[in-house]
Design a protein around this ligand. Structure first.
Ligand SMILES: O=C(O)c1ccccc1NCC(=O)[C@H](O)[C@H](O)COP(=O)(O)O
Length: 203
């Protein structure tokens, strides 16, 4: 039974679409790239979001004070580390926050994934490149993984069933839920429905 995260919400309208689609998680990106949002914007998205949908804060080599502050203000309920954060960084962060941490692996080889299995983070995420690229990595590289794992990178309405066949803990989608770089209500709803239907058929 896989879950679904819709990442890169940028405004309250995206939050209302998410409330309708009802994914298991949404993602808010605090790295200054395409989906960057300010803390103030994140706060207003959190307020617009259904309280049952946890928000995952996405960070790239971020000073820990910023992450801790967002967790303490209850803007985010999970932390996703999408940069070169070390185990020392994760250990230190865990001294200050108790919410779950996802460490991302940019997959080029099976060894990349196996090495990350021993992380102190609660989850790992397998992704293509720097994140938010809309491109897939070679899923045939995925080994048997003990830690719960997210599958990300280039998943969309046409390949989501194939992605689900790998039985990740959670599917993560950003670009595939957009049209012309903007979140698309119909795609968001259709993606969540596909995951729910797949899960039903697996029972
Ligand atoms: O989406 C971004 O702008 C982003 C920027 C910097 C680091 C990570 C980023 N996204 C992280 C995600 O969790 C995306 O959902 C994931 O990479 C999949 O993206 P996509 O291939 O576009 O579905």
């Amino acid at each position: 039974m896989s879950k679904i995260k819709l990442c890169g919400l940028m405004n309250s309208i995206d939050a209302y679409y998410a409330n309708e689609a009802a994914p298991d998680y949404v993602g808010l990106v605090f790295d200054k790239r395409r989906h960057f949002i300010s803390d103030e914007r994140a706060f207003s998205i959190r307020q617009a979001l259904d309280s049952n949908i946890p928000a995952i804060g996405v960070f790239v080599n971020e000073p820990q004070k910023h992450i801790i502050n967002l967790v303490q203000q209850e803007v985010i309920q999970f932390v996703q580390l999408h940069g070169c954060e070390t185990e020392t960084y994760i250990t230190k962060l865990k001294e200050h926050i108790s919410c779950p941490i996802i460490k991302v692996v940019s997959v080029k080889t099976t060894e990349d994934i196996l090495m990350m299995e021993h992380t102190k983070a609660e989850y790992i995420m397998l992704d293509h490149g720097i994140g938010g690229t809309g491109k897939t990595f070679n899923w045939k590289l995925i080994p048997a993984i003990i830690k719960p794992w997210f599958l990300a990178g280039g998943i969309n309405l046409s390949n989501i069933e194939k992605a689900l066949d790998y039985h990740p803990f959670c599917i993560d989608i950003s670009s595939g839920a957009e049209t012309d770089g903007v979140k698309n209500r119909e795609k968001m709803i259709a993606l969540v429905n596909k995951v729910r239907l797949y899960n039903q058929q697996m029972k």
